[in-house]
Design a protein around this ligand. Structure first.
Ligand code: KIV
Ligand code: NA
Length: 265
């Protein structure tokens, strides 16, 4: 199979082909997600919530992100694998940002990194890019700043914040990011930003105007069942399916139905 590269994504935007991106954090899920034809697999720091049960993305460490990323990389044959730089691994200074990015690339074999922020991380993004590491931006509701925002509601509804977001998107485009995630912003702003820059935008809760879409795979599959934002479309109800299957197993063990004659040696 032909691998998806950052160039593939830029061409897709030029041709008006939408990009499908999804998270994965482990080998087994990444294998399925890749074989289903997803273009970009994000090893998101949402692993902190989904995999580890933390309330926010802040606690996950660089070592933990590398563990998740290396598991995903071993499974993927086609998709571009992007890894989140976790909170605390890049905000200190541009040298720290580069060192963390190099660790991710070397130790996991992933293809790119993603950082949250705009103008304030410009120097770090430039330094990572100059080492030959592709960088994806992330603007709007950036979960690593949840304690600054104080709420998970839609960002950039007011003109001032929308203007800053547009400015940040242009900076990230100009300095050479290969894509920008736009999280939870008004659809009209996503459309405006996407038309103003050359690199693809990937939206989550950002409307139809983005050049691609991303979701957390556990949300799409209905494994998480207490998270119900308007933007989430569930394609399965695995919480109930898995619970039903496991309960069936428990009952079969208790009733001595499992294992049967043909299930033993
Ligand atoms: O960590 C994550 O899953 C993300 C996506 C939701 C964009 O950053
Ligand atoms: Na993230």
């Amino acid at each position: 199979v032909k691998r998806v590269t950052t160039h593939t994504l830029r061409e897709m935007k030029q041709k008006g082909e939408k990009i499908a991106m999804l998270t994965s954090y482990d080998f087994s899920m990444a294998r399925i997600v890749d074989e289903a034809g997803v273009d970009v697999i994000l090893v998101g720091d949402s692993a902190s919530n989904v995999m580890a049960g933390h309330e926010t993305t802040l606690p996950i460490t660089l070592d933990q992100m590398i563990y998740h990323a290396s598991s995903v990389v071993r499974a993927v044959k086609r998709a571009l694998v992007v890894v989140d730089l976790p909170f605390g691994a890049y905000q200190g200074n541009s040298k720290e940002a580069l060192t963390s990015s190099i660790r991710i690339m070397k130790e996991s074999g992933a293809h790119a990194v993603k950082l949250e922020g705009g103008i304030e991380i410009k120097e770090s993004v430039e330094r990572i890019l100059s080492a030959g590491i592709p960088v994806m931006g992330h603007l709007g509701l950036t979960p690593q700043s949840i304690y600054k925002f104080g709420t998970y509601t839609v960002r950039a509804k007011e003109d001032e914040e929308a203007g800053h977001l547009m400015h940040d998107a242009k900076i990230l485009d100009e300095i050479g990011c290969f894509g920008i995630v736009l999280e939870k912003i008004p659809a009209h702003l996503t459309e405006k930003v996407s038309k103003s820059i050359d690199v693809p935008t990937i939206g989550i809760g950002a409307g139809a105007g983005a050049d691609g879409q991303v979701l957390v795979v556990h949300d799409l599959l209905g494994i998480t069942n207490e998270f119900n934002p308007r933007f989430l479309r569930r394609y399965a109800n695995l919480y109930d399916d898995i619970k039903g299957a496991v309960a069936h197993y428990v009952s079969d063990v208790r009733s001595k139905d499992f294992p049967n004659e043909s299930e033993q040696y």
